[in-house]
Design a protein around this ligand. Sequence first.
Ligand SMILES: Cc1ncc(COP(=O)(O)O)c(C=O)c1O
Ligand SMILES: N[C@@H](CCOP(=O)(O)O)C(=O)O
Length: 463
Amino acid sequence: MQYVSTRGSAPALGFEETMMTGLARDGGLYVPAEVPTMTSEEIASLAGLSYEEIAFRVIRPFVADAFEADELRGLIKTAYAGFDHPARAPLKQLAANGFLLELFHGPTLAFKDFAMQLIGQLMQAALARSGARITIVGATSGDTGSAAIEAFRGLDNVDVFILYPHGRVSEVQRRQMTTPSEDNVHALALHGHFDDCQARLKDMFNDHAFRDEVRLAGVNSINWARVLAQVVYYFSAATSLGAPHRPVDFTVPTGNFGDIFAGHVARRMGLPVGRLIAATNQNDVVNRALTTGEYRTSEVTPSISPSMDIQVSSNFERALFDAYGRDGAAVAQLMDELRGQGGFAISQGARESLAESFGSGMADEAATLARIRATRDATGELVCPHTAVGLEVADAAERAEAPMVTLATAHPAKFPDAVEQATGLRPPLPSRMADLYDRAERVAEVENDLAALQTLIRDRISK
Ligand SMILES: Cc1ncc(COP(=O)(O)O)c(C=O)c1O
Ligand SMILES: N[C@@H](CCOP(=O)(O)O)C(=O)O
């Protein structure tokens, strides 16, 4: 399988190189040249299989040039062995036709673990073959960072640098990133917001000399392997609700558009995904782009769902690539306008194509709090604020024919202040993390300055 860049001018790569490369050298994101499809019979046969076996069958065609079947099976098994729930991604019924897909039973309590634990295994296998050493730099609004640290901590051929926006993540998220004591973990609190972290990360990738010097690798959803691993739970959820014999709708709390793009890939593989709805918080650039045809960034406003406080939604580029008929030059032009003018207009044809693929909605702070409270009152469940954004938007869209699955993207205990504000209840951390507040923190405050960041990274990896 070959992967091509959304900007059309980087070389096509096989899976292993795509995973180890992260961002394409023309600044674009890698996507499969052709998406493999599954027949209705193949999809039907997934019902009742373990999560690991579904993962194997969904992922295998994308990675067959890099991993033998037995090796892949073993890596998948190891990746999910540390999850707290035997189903890995259990479905919980909340209403007659409304379901929660719980994606927070991994080591760091957010959906990121599904992909990060797996690419941790895949990357280690690739590094063992090549004998190389890499420098991972990640940008996070809270959850990617802790998941990446958990997946790579303690490895002697990997350094992990995580840029998070100083003062703009929850205390639990911060402590998950700053308390690991391994020397290869470097938490960096950047003076700025998440978009600044992500922009500096992309600057590092676009500085080819630096990227080659430190052997830069990326584990954000700019890395295709992250998106691929997230495709699996759409299959596990939909087949347990009757797919392929009936369509299933999904509502996805959305920031960087990676998780919902994984649903789009599942649909392109043949899964009967009905509606795919992006649910944003008050930072609703994606909702506005989908409803008005104008992608225009504004100031990031801190919210009680901080992991979605994003204005430059990086995977939207992958959706645009498909909507523009895979015209890399057109996407490159839009991305230039985004960088230079803070936004761009989507052509009428692309807008119609996006509307066929995605719906959208927004929940503001008051609605999010009210939804946490109402969910607790109606079902007894405590949900995190990101999940509540999803439930609020799903409720506005719900219809009787197809089941509606809302992705529960994080454990409520990661955001105890918001949950307590809504319900008066403070969700406890799992016992394995009970001493999180007592552990010593280790973090460097850094300026939003590319050269200073590069110097810090060079200094630390040379020690
Ligand atoms: C808890 C949580 N929910 C939702 C999202 C949004 O997901 P995506 O960035 O893939 O759109 C994130 C961040 O990625 C998150 O951490
Ligand atoms: N919400 C994310 C932001 C980064 O997203 P990613 O999926 O591109 O890694 C976070 O929690 O860090």
